[in-house]
Design a protein around this ligand. Sequence first.
Ligand code: TRP
Length: 463
Amino acid sequence: MELYEKLTAQGEEVRGLKTAKAEKAEVDAAVQMLLKLKVDYKHTTGQDYKAGCPPSENAAITDNGPAADGEGGGDDTVDPWNVSTTNAKGVDYDKLIVRFGSSKIEKELVDRVEKVSGQKPHRFLRRGIFFSHRDMNQVLDAYEKQKSFYLYTGRGPSSEAMHVGHLIPFIFTKWLQDVFDIPLVIQLTDDEKYLWKDLSLEDCHRFAVENAKDIIACGFDVNKTFIFSDLEYMGASPDFYRNVVKIQKHVTFNQVKGIFGFTDSDCIGKISFPAIQAAPSFSNSFPQIFGGRKDVQCLIPCAIDQDPYFRMTRDVAPRIGYPKPALLHSTFFPALQGAQTKMSASDANTSIFLTDTPKQIKNKINKHAFSGGKDTVEEHRKHGGNADVDVSFMYLTFFLEDDEQLEKIKQDYTSGNLLTGELKKLLIETLQPMITQHQERRKQVTDETVKQFMTPRPLNFKI
Ligand code: TRP
């Protein structure tokens, strides 16, 4: 096949340039070309390109784990526990799509969401913050035929402190719940954090309940949302546990080693945990909601680092007689210091917390937000700033609703009209009221409200 041969030739070209230690720009251009060909190849054949393996007619489309070839991912590390890159613009998400074998959210899909939901797409979709998906077209096809679906997302409660980055999937999930009018389950993996961190079970569970308050403050509908802690719900729901065991029976140690990088010295709790994160993808894990139906399609909005769990889930689903969950993947929320890594709750200076005061927000942004501006005002006016590496601009892309205003800010910054201090001020003025409002809503969330959300019960919807 022609495309296959082109790809093989391009692969050789890249290797040749690398061996010859060619100019970086030249190697980069060749790698870009190679990646584009790989994406085309995947679209045309439904298979991942593998050197030395011409496309086969009827090979099953598999969800591949990270590819072994070096070109695929550059220096980026992305797994459920680490995110880092050497590139100031952040992780190369197009390469990740190729590496993970997911699909890019193209303009057509965004338009389709608009058509099917009848609502203007959320800014996270308009701006490519949710950038990758699996089977979203199938979900929309079914929805158009009056076949509904449910949402599943989650959070690992590793501390009391949540930062603005943690809100991204929840803000988007709330929007999906509203526009499609569908039920939602939220898993709090207090068990996971106990297994991975040096924390007591009591603390992990306490963090789960505290985090639930911040999640509820995003505005979820109590009649359509079930929030659960694994430590509570696993023991209380025989149907959930049955699914966990089914999944455990169908995934080998070898497979999870390949997907998650577990080693012989990891505790067995970690090794079997992925089954617990997979189980909520199947509707009969929640009989109180779905009345024992096992065929309600699940859609999971999550950050792309969670994809390994769901590659595994999608791989087992058909083998245990369940539909594969569909996915929508988001990019990471960059650390204040730059997009080389994401915000981390354990380093206070990298993050803006949901508990920060307006003054703290202002100081953190002014002091720590990495700037793409020039060193002096004269230079900046002359040459302009670089919005692509500027953290304040990136944050505005997440939170400033007005598209035209955002575009104008970008132009003004790039041309040198807008100075770094002024850009930071715009961000501060956007974040301060947003966080204050969040804090006010959180104050309204009582223990009683949390209990309501976390009680297994029927939800209000029609499938
Ligand atoms: N493992 C996730 C974390 O540490 C929590 C989680 C559980 C999750 N289920 C999920 C995240 C589903 C997204 C979607 O944050």
